[in-house]
Design a protein around this ligand. Structure first.
Ligand SMILES: Cc1cc2nc3c(=O)[nH]c(=O)nc-3n(C[C@H](O)[C@H](O)[C@H](O)COP(=O)(O)OP(=O)(O)OC[C@H]3O[C@@H](n4cnc5c(N)ncnc54)[C@H](O)[C@@H]3O)c2cc1C
Ligand SMILES: Cc1cc2nc3c(=O)[nH]c(=O)nc-3n(C[C@H](O)[C@H](O)[C@H](O)COP(=O)(O)O)c2cc1C
Length: 754
């Protein structure tokens, strides 16, 4: 097979090496527009795990790279006059020039034809002249552009500017420096990559960059500016540039590249041409090299299954891993774009938030890296060395013994709104299971406001004692508190029980629906009628009545459900609210009714008991509610006296395109908490203690709700405590023998594993 590779960066060169090492008879040609060591940038980093992958793929290259490495373990953070250090991070740096030189050398040795100073412009004829054309031509790939219809790329230009400089300053840790100017924050990402030199990347927001006039600065002026700004850290060392050949382009914007497809016919994309990951997760070169391994592996099958299938296999083998890293990189990118948001945190928490920003490193993972650091942060967070999830939390007069919450979950098992034995056992067991706070399911304020005939309610007199029985049990038998979630289904009402068909209308016995506008939730759902003002008042009063009944039943906390496309959520999202009166149009207008309901409920809900609001922080569609709106929504409820925002997302339209993943909604909680200054609860695909503690200690939320994990394990909190070796968890006295046995088993398993 004749292979032509456009681009002689890490991806192209490494692919050439691997192909030649495995299939020596295949002619491989690499066309590179630059001269051999004509490169931008300074150093790149690899984790220990990446090096292991390289060893398995081609040991001689790995050996050479390893010999040229500068290795370090610590991360050092300079912020507001504080220096915080954390160890055990295990990274190695190498100069990009040195890396390219090693790869060029090995490629030549194996017989790869390297054509330097060859700028390929005619992709179509290159494609015709070989069996496989590889686009390894970087983030601005011409191969990708020329076949854009086939690859369907998405390019997302991010809002910060960065300049990649070098320095002779010797660093013994990966170093982050944060420096505030009159126009905003500057961040330095710096690390040593050989005996004499360190990479020194300076980054700031676009408006900060413009306000400092850096858009008109030449390289020397940029250097002078950065040297002055970071003078106290440079200790007389100079900053250096090697981007002279990129004149006028010192400061770049990072572009996130992704492609719907990575191959088309005999053309395939590799490395940055296929996907980019922000430099703050230091994984671009790793991904490029691992792509090359994936492609070389897949090509082994080209003769038997055909080239097309082999290229598909390559894409399948790499895409998920790349997506995970791109998601982590997105979190990291956004963190650095929003330094000002975190700069209000105490230095300890600022640093912890930075270390866990990508959501890839959790609390226990950090502990493995540096026990002393984690002990210190735990002492700071909880006043003593205790896992963050077991640190009590106070909202008004309500003291929660820990930060774990059983998320509201509809059980579709009530009869005309009355919760029964199932609810007693279901909620009672979860209260015994150790969570600090247990939520009821969405409890509907009218019969017509139910989602399904099985939904719980608070609209008949008999609902009060039925709920009180459950509340009394929780209070008498556990240390958990219980929160009543009140809602009205609006356009998503009159549907089947969950397991009979989600959001599907009933086969018979449907009741009429109401909504801000006469828009059915989905084509198959009934069209609701547009609420009149008189009906709005009636429903508001139903919320108030239900809140009063909640007081009678003895609930500790009250939540107003303004999420997931139900009635109040439908007022807030522009996708469902097309009203022309003062309740539609601007966000302030769309919020008017939900705020009115909240305000009226707050008046009857006891002063010392807290109230929260669940919101959909994004509709996951263009033109819907987004993160910026979510901040305004939270701010508006805070002004009305909300104590906590329960940050969910989506379910407001069937057209939503959620970006699922671990903790996928948590970044919205982080944003709201730290921009509005209100307590938040994070929820959504949070499944383990490591994630929970990192969310809490990293100031991304104050409480963490787990839904499905509590369906699978009512004793999630007690099990977590045993796993962490935390002995003070609130086991019911009746179960203490189980506690002792579990702790013994966990200790034994740990001993066996170590
Ligand atoms: C500031 C910054 C810091 C970074 N830090 C790190 C880090 O610490 N660790 C890390 O792993 N990664 C880092 N990266 C990312 C890393 O540089 C890239 O992800 C990596 O180089 C991708 O390799 P590649 O071979 O796909 O693309 P590139 O390295 O961009 O190589 C593409 C090559 O194609 C050539 N080319 C382009 N068009 C043509 C054409 N038409 N004809 C011929 N040749 C062409 C180019 O000259 C170039 O040599 C950083 C990136 C930036 C911007
Ligand atoms: C069976 C089930 C019923 C749910 N019912 C409700 C509800 O009544 N009110 C609500 O706000 N969210 C409801 N949710 C959403 C959960 O509270 C939670 O936000 C969601 O499951 C994501 O969290 P998880 O990944 O921990 O499960 C429900 C989820 C499930 C699985």
């Amino acid at each position: 097979m004749r292979v032509t590779c456009i681009g002689g960066g890490p991806a192209g060169l490494y692919l050439g090496i691997l192909i030649k090492a495995r299939y020596p008879s295949w002619p491989v040609r690499i066309a590179e527009r630059n001269r051999p060591l004509d490169t931008f940038g300074w150093g790149v980093v690899f984790s220990d795990a990446t090096l292991e992958n390289l060893r398995a793929a081609d040991e001689p290259t790995q050996r050479e790279i390893t010999q040229a490495f500068a290795h370090w373990d610590d991360i050092e953070i300079h912020f507001n006059g504080h220096t915080i250090r954390s160890g055990g991070h295990g990274f190695s740096g190498i100069s990009r020039k040195r890396l390219l030189s090693i790869l060029q050398h090995r490629a030549t040795e194996l017989g790869v034809e390297l054509n330097f100073q060859t700028d390929v412009t005619d992709i179509a004829s290159e494609r015709d002249r070989c069996d496989l054309l590889v686009g390894a031509d970087g983030a601005n790939s011409r191969v990708r552009q020329s076949l854009a219809d086939e690859f369907q790329p998405t390019l997302e230009r991010r809002g910060c500017r960065y300049v990649w400089l070098g320095t002779t300053l010797p660093l013994d840790a990966f170093t982050f420096i944060f420096e505030r100017t009159e126009h905003g924050w500057f961040t330095v990402h710096a690390y040593r990559f050989d005996e004499e030199l360190s990479t020194f990347i300076v980054e700031c927001r676009e408006e900060t960059w413009l306000a400092h006039g850096l858009d008109t600065a030449d390289s020397q002026q940029t250097i002078a500016f950065c040297e002055a700004l970071f003078e106290s850290y440079l200790h007389g060392h100079r900053l250096l540039t090697n981007s002279a050949h990129l004149r006028g382009r010192d400061w770049l914007n990072f572009t996130r590249v992704s492609n719907e497809r990575w191959s088309s016919g005999n053309v395939v994309l590799l490395g940055d041409a296929a996907h980019t990951a922000h430099f703050s997760v230091g994984s671009g070169t790793k991904l490029a090299l691992e792509d090359a391994i994936g492609l070389a592996d897949a090509l082994a099958g080209a003769e038997s299954v055909g080239l097309g299938k082999a290229l598909e296999q390559y894409e399948v083998s790499r895409k998920l891993e790349v997506l995970k890293l791109q998601n982590a990189a997105r979190n990291s990118t956004e963190w650095f774009e929003n330094v000002a948001r975190y700069a209000t945190l105490p230095p300890e928490q600022f640093a912890y938030s930075l270390l866990t920003r990508s959501q890839r490193i959790g609390h226990e993972n950090l502990r493995l890296r540096d026990t002393t650091y984690v002990d210190r942060i735990e002492r700071w967070f909880g006043g003593r060395a205790v896992p963050p999830m077991f640190v009590p939390f106070r909202l008004r007069g309500l003291e929660l013994q820990n930060r774990i919450v059983v998320s509201p979950m509809d059980m579709y098992s009530s009869v005309d709104g009355t919760p029964g034995d199932f609810h007693l056992v279901h909620l009672g067991t979860r209260a015994l299971g150790g969570a600090g706070l247990v939520f009821t399911e969405m409890t509907c304020v009218t019969r017509e406001g139910r989602i399904s005939p099985g939904c719980a309610g608070m609209y008949l007199p008999e609902h009060v004692p039925a709920w009180k029985r459950i509340v009394d049990f929780v209070h008498a038998s556990s240390r958990a508190k219980i929160c009543l979630q009140l809602g009205h289904s609006g356009p998503k009402g009159s549907t089947k029980l969950l397991w009979e068909g989600m959001d599907e209308p009933l086969d018979e016995g449907n009741w009429p629906l109401v909504a801000p506008s006469a828009i059915p939730y989905a084509a198959r759902n009934q069209a609701p009628s547009e609420l009149t003002r008189a009906e709005m008042v009636e429903i508001r009063d139903a919320f108030v009545r239900a809140a009063g009944m909640g007081v009678e039943a003895g609930f500790d906390m009250l939540e107003l459900h303004c999420a997931h496309g139900y009635l109040l959520s439908s007022f807030i999202t522009p996708l469902r609210n097309h009203r022309r009166d003062e309740y539609g149009g601007s966000l302030a207008n769309r919020l008017r009714y939900p705020l009115e309901v909240f305000r009226a409920m707050r008046m009857v809900w006891p002063e010392e008991r807290p109230m929260s609001v669940r919101i959909s922080a994004t509709d996951w569609v263009d033109g819907g509610v987004n993160g910026e709106d979510a901040v305004e929504i939270a701010r508006a409820f805070k002004l009305e006296g909300a104590d906590l925002i329960d940050v969910s997302a989506g379910q407001t339209t069937p057209d939503a395109k959620p970006v699922y993943g671990r903790m996928f909604q948590t970044p919205y909680s982080d944003k709201i908490r730290n921009e509005v200054g209100i307590a938040t609860m994070a929820v959504g695909n949070i499944t383990d203690v490591d994630q929970v503690d990192a969310i809490l200690a990293g100031a991304r939320a104050d409480l963490v709700a787990l839904g499905r994990p509590h369906l699978a394990d009512p004793f999630w909190t007690l099990h977590a405590a045993a796993e962490l070796g935390y002995e003070e968890a609130p086991w019911p006295v009746q179960y203490l023998s189980g506690k002792e046995q579990l702790e013994r088993l966990v200790a034994r398993a740990k001993d066996a594993a170590s």
